[in-house]
Design a protein. Sequence first.
Length: 426
Amino acid sequence: MTSSNISGFYRMGIEERLKHVQEFAGLSDEEIQILAKTGALEPAQADRMIENVIGTMPVTLGIATNFIVDGKEYLVPMATEEPSVVAAASNSAKVVRETGGFKTSATEPIMIGQIQLTHVEDTEKGKAAILEHKAELLELANSKDPMLVKLGGGARDMEVRIIDSINGPMIINHLLVNCLDAMGANAVNTMAEAISPRIEEITGGKVYLRIISNLAVHRLAKVQAIFTKEAIGGEDVVNGILEAYAFAAADPFRCATHNKGIMNGIDAVVLATGNDYRAIEAGAHAYAAWKEGGYKPLTHYEKNENGDIVGSIELPMAVGLIGGATAVHPTAKACVRIMGVKSAAELGGIIASVGLAQNFAAMRALATEGIQRGHMSLHAQNVVAMAAEKMGIKATPELIDMIAPMLVKEKKVRMDRAEELIREHN
C-alpha cells in the first residue's frame, strides 16, 4: 500500500486499521502490538522518564489519513482526547490531495540560547566588548559539543541586545545554535552555561539566566495548500471562510480560539512523536504575538484568480528525532516509523501541514454548519457511556449506537436526557 487515502478507514475495526497501518509503514508485528496496547510503557521505563512514577495516563491515538506532503504519502499519528480532531484533519487533507497536497519549506534548525547579563556599568561598551570577542565565544561554545559540530551543527552566531527592565538595563546575549535533527535544549543550555563566565570576565557584569528560548524565530516551518471552491462547497463557503479569517486577524479574542484550533492538530502529532508539545505551544503563541507586533493568526487565507482558497501557515517548529521521549517511548518510536520521517525538518513540515488542515476544517465548519455538529456525535457517545455507567448499566456498543444519534437529533446531548432514553429503550 502506498496511498494514505484509505477508503472507509473510520468505519473499520481497530485491528483492521492496524493492519492497514502495518502494511503502509512496513511495521513489524512487535511494533503493531505496542501500538495496540493502551499503555506501551513498562513500569521500569516509565520510572526513568519522570519522578515519583505511579503509572501511566494513556491518551487515545488515532491516524489522520489522506496526507500528501511535498509529493509523499503519509499516515499521521495523532494523540488527542478531543473528538473530531483526527477526522477534521483527514477531511481537509483529502481536499488538498486534489491540488497536489501540502507544500512545505523550512529555515535552518537554529535555536536561541539566552544569556542574561546584568550590572554592567556601560551597557553599550559591554555590548561592543562581547561582539569583539564573538569568535572566541563561539569557539568555546562549540568545544562543549564536538559531535554536533562534526555532524555539521553547532554554535553559528551571537546576537546582543540591550533591554530595559524593572531592575534596570540588561544585556541579553542570543547564542544561535544549529541543532540539526535534535530539539536542542540540552546542547544549547550546555553551551550557554559554558560561555557565561567568559562573558562576565569580558564585561565585568553578572550573568543570571542561561537558558534556551522557545520563541524559535530562526527555526520556522512554512506550509501552503490550495482548497478548491468546488471541493469545499462553492463560492459562498469560500467567502464565509475569508470573513472568518478576517475576524481572527482583527480581533485577539477570536484569534486566540483560531490559533487554539491550529494547535489541536499540531499538539496531537507532537505528543504522538514524543516531542515537547508545551514548548511548541509556547513558541507558537509567542510567535503569533511577536511577528506583527500584536497577537495575530498563525495561518493566512486569500482567494486566488480561480476563486479557490490559498491557505498558508508559518510558525516555529522546534521538534527533533534525537533524544528525549522520541528516542525512548516505544509508542513514540512506532509513530515516527509510521510516518517514515528521516529528518526533523521533514517532521516539522508534516506537523505544520496538520495544523493548517486542522484550522481550515474548523474555519469551514464555522462558516457553514457550525462547529458543534462534528463534535456532537462523539460527545453524545461519551455522554451515553457516562449515563449508563451512572445507572449501573453496561455501555455496550449497541446501546451507544442506538441512544447517541437520538441525543444529536434532538440537540439535547445531556446526561439527564441520555438516562431517560436508556430507561425507555433498555
